[in-house]
Design a binder for this molecule. Structure first.
Ligand code: SF4
Ligand code: SF4
Length: 462
């Protein structure tokens, strides 16, 4: 029987006043009863736009949801694994409002879409808690018999690399992952905070690859510890996949940005997520309006000494690229948003940041990005007190060691075929943020899967 309620089944969450004091996961997940109730809202549409127009990897959404309504959660998980390698991750961090849920017919006429992400997360968590041991044994045995003599080196261990490695291992190829950090998971581990994506989820994905026989080389950097020539020569790899993300932060480009207390969101989040180190700041300003800015401001409110956390964004709420749900949760946790505000300079004393000089903006005509261009309001300058200023205005790629591979002139991104992920150098494939610039976890994962398919074909003839 279909549940015709226009509202979604609410997922339990930590109270904002409690959660802004801790790093535990904010959303607590559906119970089986809640998942079934929400799954009953799906109409099993014949054209299923959630899947065809919404999900970048075309998860079989009505099919996996139908299995939930039958209470067969393991079967639902098996449906998902036909198309996705990271359902527990995507169910948590995909921008569903733009993708699957943004295309769900239940979201029309004043209704709320089926909570597809929450259901995907439920199914993946259920599988992890109930079916893990039996499943991994089966995969390991299958692949040990089928391993071929071909080896592929995967650079980076974020979503593109994990997806690529997983699919190659499934096809019997030997895979070694090289990761420059000592901790694996790439942006999933050092970029996304624990309260949005618990590290155990990522560790579980990596454990799955270990069970399939992947070799892991953490603390190894391309261009420093080894080169592409060595990988494809003396080290004996038949192909390389580069999925090293886009971790090179863009700077504000304003006077005073070298002061102590100014840092990139990437640095702030990596220290918070990997080393559990939070600077003892009182007034924190985060410049930017994307999802990285949201992660940074929500980490900042959890600094025990924090008194005021402000987002500084030069356009209005309508242009803000952040996930509206994330923004809502940040504001519930005490983050203030200064819209139509642009940074002018960092105010310092003794080399340390004390404030961010800002000016009010107003919107004029749309610029090249299609968004209305912010222009300064004369005489509107003011100083926002800030002893920590976090730059969250985007990032480029760090492709210093990618020898012999064509890079884009402006951003240094790898140029690769969007369908095969083949770069300009034979045997070298690339996908995810290192090719596209910062995008979503699911688009990086999709690229990793495409690359695995193309690499397997390449290995048959090389
Ligand atoms: Fe939606 Fe992302 Fe899952 Fe696709 S992978 S169904 S976009 S949550
Ligand atoms: Fe179900 Fe919505 Fe997809 Fe239709 S569009 S099949 S209601 S999830």
């Amino acid at each position: 029987m279909i549940n015709m309620s226009k509202v979604q089944t609410r997922m339990p969450m930590q109270d904002p006043k409690v959660r802004n004091q801790n790093f535990e996961e904010v959303a607590l997940g559906y119970s089986p009863e809640q998942a079934i109730r929400e799954a009953m809202r799906c109409l099993k549409c014949r054209k299923h736009p959630c899947m065809t127009s919404g999900c970048p990897v075309h998860n079989h959404i009505p099919e996996f949801i139908a299995k939930i309504t039958e209470g067969d959660f393991e079967a639902a998980y098996q449906v998902l694994t036909k198309t996705t390698s990271l359902p527990a991750v995507c169910g948590r961090v995909c921008p569903q409002y733009l993708q699957c849920e943004g295309n769900c017919v239940r979201g029309k006429n004043g209704g709320r879409p089926v909570a597809i992400g929450a259901l995907e997360r439920f199914v993946a968590d259920w599988h992890r808690q109930h079916a893990e041991a039996a499943e991994e044994t089966t995969i390991e045995a299958k692949n040990q018999d089928a391993l071929s003599d071909k080896s592929v080196a995967v650079i980076g261990s974020g979503p593109a690399s994990l997806a690529c490695a997983g699919d190659l291992l499934d096809q019997g190829v030997k895979v070694t992952i090289f990761e420059k950090e000592n901790v694996l998971g790439g942006v999933l581990t050092y970029g996304i905070p624990q309260f949005r994506l618990p590290k155990e989820i990522v560790e579980n994905e990596i454990a799955g690859l270990k069970a399939k026989g992947v070799k892991l080389e953490p603390g190894k950097t391309l261009g420093k510890d080894f080169t592409l020539d060595e990988l494809l020569g003396a080290k004996g790899f038949s192909a390389v996949f580069v999925g090293n993300g886009a971790g090179k932060p863009m700077r504000l480009g304003i006077p005073g940005q070298e002061a102590e207390g100014v840092q990139s969101a990437a640095e702030f989040l990596a220290k918070a997520n990997l080393e559990k180190v939070l600077p003892p700041a009182k007034n924190i300003a985060i410049v930017g309006g994307g999802n990285v800015a949201m992660d940074a401001c929500r980490c900042a409110v959890r600094i025990p000494t924090a008194e005021k956390v402000s987002i500084v964004y030069r356009r209005s709420a309508a242009e803000m690229p952040a996930d509206p749900g994330e923004l809502q949760e940040a504001m519930e946790e005490g983050v203030e948003v200064l819209y139509l505000t642009g940074p002018l300079a960092v105010e310092c004393a003794g080399g340390k940041a004390t404030g961010l000089k800002c000016q009010r903006m107003e919107l004029s005509e749309p610029d090249e990005s299609g968004r209305r261009k912010p222009v300064p309001v004369p005489g509107s300058e003011f100083v926002l007190p800030a002893d920590l200023i976090i730059e969250a205005i985007g990032s480029g790629s760090e492709n210093d060691g990618v020898d012999g591979v064509a890079l884009s002139e402006r951003k240094g991104l790898i140029i690769a075929d969007p369908e095969t992920c083949q770069s300009s150098r034979p045997g070298v494939f690339a996908g995810g943020d290192t090719v596209t610039g910062p995008k979503t976890v699911i688009s990086a994962m999709g690229a990793g899967k495409k690359a695995a398919k193309a690499i397997a074909e390449y290995l048959l003839t090389n």
